[in-house]
Write a protein that binds this ligand. Structure first.
Ligand SMILES: NC(=O)c1ccc[n+]([C@@H]2O[C@H](COP(=O)([O-])OP(=O)(O)OC[C@H]3O[C@@H](n4cnc5c(N)ncnc54)[C@H](O)[C@@H]3O)[C@@H](O)[C@H]2O)c1
Ligand SMILES: [Zn+2]
Ligand SMILES: [Zn+2]
Length: 365
């Protein structure tokens, strides 16, 4: 079928075009996309900070309605409302263990844009086009693996639109806290970078019962919002020495830090602000950037852990419905982060995400 999509042929470019979408194969579903969030990782892929195979259709926070399913799909049926998430193979040891975020085929499935059988679903004049994260949801319709679409119980399409970022950004931030850090009640937790990922981490820290929740950013409006959604303290990293300030607030250092700024060097700050036995969870996608870490004074002697995590160590089929429940109870106010843009204004949405005007742009089809 013919669908309208935002296609990236060359690094940094995007144009709305007509492309061909193949039928769903076995274990796959055809989804009519209602809306898709813009995540920083889309920009990283588009700008080739991560080597995504081009041409590609980006977008990996799509929500929509299932229109058709391929052979053998039992978890979905036409008419189901779904939040789409990240792909995984389902058969490697990590997937079998219920840890799809550590899937052995993750790089190919996320960034090469091909499906489990190695083929692609989008094409244009016979040239295959990658589906970013096995999704490519900057398109009016997508084909996804059924593992990659979570059926959710929401009241309306309007509510579904608010939940786009549960598929990646919110799952990543909330999961870094609830799944990986699993903070003890009344502990202290710092979030570096109050974007879509960081804000979700702050909301999750409140859910987990942290007593001191510190948001660090360089954009004043983001710090104000961080306070609104659960931070007890904020620090402007442009105006103050963040590490010193955090040590003051926490009386010597925080128990947990979550790095979600996308700035490689901030990992050092996220380690230095910890107290003994602290845990730093690294979310940022930073390509092949390297930073020097003095091992003895930063990791060994204070017995600190640095943990890299993909997609908040979450199993989407289990974690996303829980996040929907938190949203329905008013405990995960992700609707406060969003601004809705018409799909044709996709470039503006990226621009507003980049400049900090909008935390979570949502493209509506
Ligand atoms: N690990 C994963 O699975 C995963 C999933 C989603 C996103 N990510 C990554 O997480 C990061 C955050 O994503 P996002 O969508 O929230 O991005 P974003 O651009 O919305 O947020 C980044 C925030 O960091 C702030 N920031 C910039 N410089 C700073 C500084 N020096 N000190 C403090 N804050 C600073 C920005 O103002 C912004 O608010 C990106 O690197 C993204 O690629 C990783
Ligand atoms: Zn796997
Ligand atoms: Zn993402």
């Amino acid at each position: 079928m013919k669908v309208t999509a935002a296609v990236t042929h060359k690094k940094g470019e995007i144009s709305i075009e007509t492309v061909e979408l193949a039928q769903p194969r076995a274990s796959e579903a055809l989804v009519r996309v209602i809306a898709a969030g813009v995540c920083h990782t889309d920009a990283a892929g588009m700008n080739q900070v991560i080597p995504v195979t081009l041409p590609a259709i980006f977008g990996h926070e799509g929500v929509g309605v299932v229109e058709e399913v391929g052979a053998g799909v039992e978890s979905l049926k036409p008419g189901d409302r779904v939040i789409m998430s990240y792909p995984s193979c389902g058969v490697c040891p990590h997937c079998v263990e219920g840890h799809p975020y550590a899937c052995e085929h993750l790089n190919r499935l996320f960034f090469d844009g091909s499906f489990k059988d190695g083929s692609k679903r989008f094409s244009q004049n016979g040239t295959p086009i990658s589906s970013f994260f096995g999704q490519g949801s900057f398109a009016t319709h997508v084909v996804v693996d059924a593992r990659n679409a979570v059926k959710v119980d929401v009241r309306s399409d309007d509510d579904l639109i608010k939940l786009c970022s549960l598929g990646c950004g919110v799952q990543t931030g909330a999961g870094a806290v609830l799944n990986r850090a699993a903070p003890k009640p009344y502990s202290s937790l710092v979030v570096f970078g109050c974007g879509g990922v960081g804000m979700a981490a702050i909301m999750a820290a409140k859910i987990a019962g942290c007593s001191k929740i510190i948001g660090v950013d360089v954009v004043a409006s983001r710090l104000e919002m961080a306070l609104e959604i659960g931070a007890t303290h904020v620090v402007n990293g442009k105006e103050t020495d963040a590490v010193e300030e955090i040590k003051k607030i926490t009386d010597g250092g925080a128990n947990y830090s979550i790095e979600s700024s996308g700035i490689p060097a901030l990992t050092l700050q996220a380690l230095k602000c910890l107290r003994r036995e602290g845990l730093c969870v690294l979310n940022s996608v930073t390509g092949d950037a390297e930073i020097p870490i003095p091992l003895e004074p930063l990791l060994m002697n204070p017995s600190v852990t640095l943990a890299g995590v993909t997609e908040g160590a979450s199993n989407p089929q289990i974690f996303i419905p829980k996040l929907v429940q938190y949203f329905n109870e008013g405990r995960l106010p992700v609707d406060k982060l969003i601004k809705i843009y018409d799909f044709k204004d996709i470039k503006q949405a990226f621009e507003d995400s980049h400049t900090g005007v909008t935390v979570k742009p949502i493209l509506k089809f």
